[in-house]
Design a protein around this ligand. Structure first.
Ligand code: FE2
Ligand code: FE2
Length: 303
């Protein structure tokens, strides 16, 4: 498959702060599942950017070099939008920024202990998770909910489109810079095991913290957790349909584009244009403040 070079797009999504804890049509518990993922992004995507950037100088392929720059630029913009989202959660009483700080510390420590190679192995494993979730979001409108709040649906759809577009970049870096030997093949697979045993407990813990900080979930946990299980593992759920895609990661001939969903890429520009046109309140002060604070991060990513 031809190398896909991602594109940085300055999306302007307007989120309705009053809906931040209950934007999903399936209720607050499912909302908090997506919100827990949102809390993971600023620190998680920084790890991805750093891990790929660390090997940029060893990459010879000019198209892959361009793809790396665009990958870093996209992840920086994702973080910017999720910072705004997470700050809204925090203002609503959710411990979003506390959890965010906890994750920065955890991932910073892990990066130091594990080193550059293991960090890249973890990154390509987590990019496989995001690619699977992104495919579910784009394939089935029930994942984000047809009747959910539009702004929140849009932020997840936009993120899913771009995660799909850049899903192979970190993997291609690994393939180009790591000699194909038994040790590196083991490390790539071990990266998935390690990423999984860290990712799921963190997601479950963050989810529980958000659920139990929200007074609107009180007395509704049985039905709420059932709704979360349905969206993850039920018929048409995110992972029910993707078990074999997940395990393909352990195949010797694995490549992210062996799951070819590139047809979604044709939809991105029209989607972003429509979202930007529909922006309801372009002069919002909070949005401006987050953008000003994150501008340095975004500019550094483009360099
Ligand atoms: Fe992202
Ligand atoms: Fe990504």
């Amino acid at each position: 498959m031809k190398k896909i070079i991602p594109v940085r797009r300055d999306v302007k999504i307007n989120l309705d702060e009053s809906r931040v804890n209950n934007w999903h049509e399936a209720g607050p518990h499912v909302t908090h599942f997506f919100n827990a993922l949102s809390v993971l992004f600023p620190a998680g995507e920084r790890l991805f950017m750093d891990s790929v950037r660390a090997f940029k100088d060893q990459v010879q392929d000019p198209d892959l070099k361009k793809a790396i720059t665009a990958f870093i630029g996209q992840e920086a913009l994702h973080s910017r939008e999720h910072e705004e989202y997470n700050e809204m959660m925090d203002r609503s009483g959710a411990p979003a920024l506390k959890l965010d700080r906890m994750l920065w510390n955890l991932l910073g420590g892990l990066q130091n202990v594990l080193g550059k190679k293991m960090a890249l192995a973890g990154t390509i494993a987590l990019e496989h998770y995001t690619a699977i979730m992104a495919n579910a979001v784009l394939s089935d409108p029930n994942v984000t909910g047809k009747n959910s709040d539009e702004g929140f649906r849009q932020v997840w759809q936009w993120h899913a489109y771009e995660e799909t577009e850049h899903k192979a970049v970190a993997y291609d870096v690994w393939n180009e810079v790591m000699p194909d030997n038994v040790y590196n093949r083991f490390i790539r697979r071990f990266g998935m095991v390690l990423a999984s045993v860290i990712f799921w407990p963190v997601v479950m813990y963050f989810h529980a913290r958000l659920v139990f900080a929200d007074p609107n979930t009180k007395g509704k946990h049985a039905q709420g957790y059932k709704a979360v299980a349905k969206i993850l593992l039920g018929k048409g759920g995110i992972f029910r349909n993707a078990i074999s895609d997940f395990f393909d990661y352990f195949r010797a001939d694995f490549h992210p584009w062996m799951h070819d969903n590139s047809a979604f890429l044709d939809e991105i520009d029209a989607f972003v244009a429509q979202v930007n046109k529909a922006m309801r309140n372009p002069n919002d002060e909070v949005k401006k403040a987050v953008r000003a604070r994150m501008a340095k991060n975004v500019a550094a990513a483009a360099a």
